[in-house]
Design a protein around this ligand. Structure first.
Ligand SMILES: *[C@@H]1O[C@H](CO)[C@@H](O)[C@H](O)[C@H]1NC(C)=O
Ligand SMILES: *[C@@H]1O[C@H](CO)[C@@H](O)[C@H](O)[C@H]1NC(C)=O
Ligand SMILES: *[C@@H]1O[C@H](CO)[C@@H](O)[C@H](O)[C@H]1NC(C)=O
Ligand SMILES: *[C@@H]1O[C@H](CO)[C@@H](O)[C@H](O)[C@H]1NC(C)=O
Ligand SMILES: *[C@@H]1O[C@H](CO)[C@@H](O)[C@H](O)[C@H]1NC(C)=O
Ligand SMILES: *[C@@H]1O[C@H](CO)[C@@H](O)[C@H](O)[C@H]1NC(C)=O
Ligand SMILES: *[C@@H]1O[C@H](CO)[C@@H](O)[C@H](O)[C@H]1NC(C)=O
Ligand SMILES: *[C@@H]1O[C@H](CO)[C@@H](O)[C@H](O)[C@H]1NC(C)=O
Ligand SMILES: *[C@@H]1O[C@H](CO)[C@@H](O)[C@H](O)[C@H]1NC(C)=O
Ligand SMILES: *[C@@H]1O[C@H](CO)[C@@H](O)[C@H](O)[C@H]1NC(C)=O
Ligand SMILES: *[C@@H]1O[C@H](CO)[C@@H](O)[C@H](O)[C@H]1NC(C)=O
Length: 563
């Protein structure tokens, strides 16, 4: 060995070793930065599509890759004509609602020409989540995936896949969505259903002008793939299946589940599902399909989005085989599928279900009709929780809470409905009006909460996917009909219930969730059907500070937008 290289090695060995230790150390955390430029672009999908609002001109927007423990900085710069805010759906944002994103709840919107840096610490989370606009209906096109890898050196609790791929399901309108929504609101009616469902932004070959817009996933015979599936649709719960292939569900809403095999999944807007798929069938082209689940008398976009699972070497001229998706009104499949979801609940991934409850809440979900002087018939469709239609404030609720600004909200959101009735009995057409208010529910720091969400037949029964910001919760029970406070709790699963951030309350039924209010701040809870959110099917919790600084809301960042 020449003395020269020996010296070189001696000189670099130490720093090289340090670098390796740095890289391989399990607690190594990085700062990941992303630039999000909100821009209007023409990314036509069907015939004569109008330009859309995008992030960096991409549709879907960029995927964020982070690792548990990382610091994520996203500089959102708004070049569009609309006010903007971005929600990081499912990230817990401990003490840091400033980075949560829902407009007028945790921040004022980012105005045209302005920017805001979302500063997010990823703590104790890994899996598939997503981000989306949280103002107006802009999330129709402003959305993307978040992939959180486990800490270095930590394996998945299932066989390592050969490759992984995100599949984001969405809805596409040919017309400008904000224009359609404004037209509907003027009349007091819903905007028209979407023109297509999409997979990774593409409707697939069942739609006109979309031949080039089919997403294809090439697979190798015998290999196993991890699919990270996200429902970014505005208003539709979706069935998803791959022709000829079973899937093994291993994770929901970034929480590992007990694996189970299924030929189709059900995924509500806001939810994510990770599945393993093995390319173990005859080499061919297989359609991947997504179509709405709707078991209430409500009009939905009933069209099927299609992508292709294509075995390597099979030419594009081979016609793909179609999957058997459950029928649009297949309630039995939906209930049976949701019943199979269970937390992994191992020592490494425990299900810390609150067993004693400090606060019992019971919220009815109602649709309704209120007077509207500017609407065509003098009425508008509306929605409410415990008969309260939430009125959006003019400034961010978190700011109002932090700075004790009076007159912005009240903390008297009712713990239970004012009047009890046969919630899911015959269609209720009396009392369809609702009361309006910016009313929040105050929760003591670290208290345990049980919330029963009860659908009603006010106007019509319907399934409602509820999303809680700032927390995961355990879905300890659900059922059809009216919740029975005497009999139903005895049937709760307090051992390995699914842990998630969005729960589909069944049509004409109820769901019971439990969580520990250990994250101080103001946290939005709402139906993740954009139509219903807009109509007022939303409220917020104010979780009080604990005794110490470490149990209190962080100070706001210097660049927090103002109203
Ligand atoms: C967008 O693209 C479509 C299809 O390529 C085209 O017909 C349309 O004129 C374009 N619109 C704009 C505003 O560029
Ligand atoms: C955010 O982006 C804007 C526009 O590109 C830029 O002017 C600003 O310096 C960026 N801020 C940070 C903190 O990177
Ligand atoms: C982001 O937040 C962390 C934790 O509060 C803080 O240490 C860091 O300085 C912040 N970074 C920026 C760029 O604001
Ligand atoms: C899918 O799983 C079911 C139940 O485990 C099984 O009966 C069926 O043969 C499987 N189908 C395929 C294509 O593997
Ligand atoms: C889908 O909905 C449209 C419009 O409501 C209706 O005309 C059509 O028959 C429906 N198709 C199926 C397969 O249900
Ligand atoms: C589901 O829809 C089909 C076709 O529209 C209908 O024949 C069937 O009765 C419906 N099933 C239920 C349970 O409503
Ligand atoms: C107005 O009411 C009439 C009669 O009930 C109904 O046919 C029509 O669809 C309504 N229009 C709107 C915009 O609500
Ligand atoms: C509620 O309504 C349903 C359907 O009309 C009926 O079967 C049930 O007995 C009612 N329950 C009560 C407690 O009245
Ligand atoms: C809801 O509130 C409105 C307005 O106060 C009232 O007219 C209606 O009877 C209430 N409905 C129910 C179901 O409580
Ligand atoms: C919350 O309460 C639980 C149970 O009493 C306790 O173990 C935990 O340390 C508390 N957390 C905080 C942040 O005070
Ligand atoms: C944008 O937000 C600001 C602050 O809330 C508001 O004053 C303004 O009217 C909004 N602009 C638009 C175009 O909605």
């Amino acid at each position: 060995m020449e003395p020269k290289s020996c010296t070189w090695l001696e000189g670099h060995l130490f720093s090289c070793l340090l670098f390796l230790i740095f890289l391989c150390h399990p607690t190594f955390a990085a700062v990941k930065t992303y630039q999000f430029d909100i821009q209007v672009k023409n990314v036509s999908r069907l015939c004569n599509s109008k330009p859309i609002v995008t992030v960096n001109g991409l549709f879907p927007g960029p995927t964020i890759y982070v690792r548990d423990g990382d610091q994520l900085l996203v500089n959102v710069t708004n070049h569009a004509q609309y006010n903007m805010s971005i929600h990081w759906h499912g990230l817990k944002q401990f003490r840091n609602g400033w980075a949560d994103g829902p407009a007028y709840i945790t921040q004022c919107p980012i105005k045209t020409g302005n920017n805001y840096v979302y500063n997010i610490t990823i703590t104790g989370q890994r899996g598939t989540l997503w981000w989306h606009a949280h103002i107006l209906w802009l999330r129709a096109t402003v959305y993307g995936a978040i992939v959180i890898m486990p800490k270095q050196g930590t394996q998945f609790p299932f066989p390592q896949p050969y490759l992984e791929q995100t599949l984001i399901l969405g809805e596409w309108w040919n017309q400008d969505v904000e224009t359609l929504v404004n037209q509907g609101n003027k009349l007091g009616l819903p905007p028209p259903p979407s023109d297509a469902h999409t997979i990774n932004g593409k409707p697939g070959p069942l739609f006109p002008c979309s031949d080039k817009n089919t997403y294809a996933l090439e697979v190798e015979q015998g290999k196993t793939y991890l699919l990270r599936i996200i429902n970014a649709a505005l208003n539709d719960e979706l069935f998803f299946a791959i022709a000829g292939h079973n899937m093994t569900v291993v994770e929901i809403d970034a929480v590992y589940t007990k694996p189970f095999i299924t030929n189709a999944i059900l995924i509500a807007p806001g939810q994510t599902t990770n599945v393993l798929v093995t390319a173990d069938q005859a080499p061919n082209r297989y359609f991947i399909g997504a179509r709405a689940f709707m078991d209430a008398p409500v009009t939905v976009d009933n069209k099927t989005a299609a992508a292709i699972l294509q075995y390597k070497g099979v030419p594009n001229t081979v016609l793909p085989i179609f999957p058997q998706l459950p029928a649009q009104n297949n309630t039995d499949f939906a209930l049976s599928y949701n019943g199979k979801l269970k937390s992994l609940n191992t020592p490494q991934y425990p299900a810390n279900v609150p067993l004693t409850i400090d606060r019992h809440l019971f919220y009815t979900i109602g649709l309704g009709i209120n007077a509207c002087t500017t609407c065509q018939n003098g009425t508008q469709l509306t929605a409410s929780l415990n008969n309260v239609t939430f009125v959006m404030p003019k400034i961010g609720l978190l700011q109002a809470h932090y700075f004790n600004t009076p007159g912005v909200y009240r903390t008297d959101f009712p713990d239970k409905p004012q009047t009890t009735f046969n919630y899911t009995g015959a269609p209720l057409t009396a009392n369809l009006g609702t009361s309006l208010g910016t009313r929040l529910s105050k929760l003591a720091f670290n208290s345990t909460v049980e919330l029963v969400l009860q659908d009603t037949n006010l106007l019509t029964v319907e399934s409602h996917p509820f999303h809680l910001h700032g927390f995961n919760f355990f879905v300890v029970g659900s059922g059809i009909g009216n919740f029975d406070a005497k009999k139903d709790p005895a049937k709760f699963n307090l051992v390995d219930p699914p842990e998630r951030n969005t729960i589909g309350v069944p049509t004409g039924g109820w769901a019971a969730i439990r969580f520990r209010a250990d994250n101080p701040g103001v946290w939005f809870m709402h139906c993740h059907l954009e139509l219903h959110t807009m109509w007022g099917l939303k409220m917020a919790f104010v979780v009080e500070n604990g005794k110490s600084i470490e149990q209190s809301v962080l100070p706001p960042p210097a660049d927090l937008p103002t109203c």
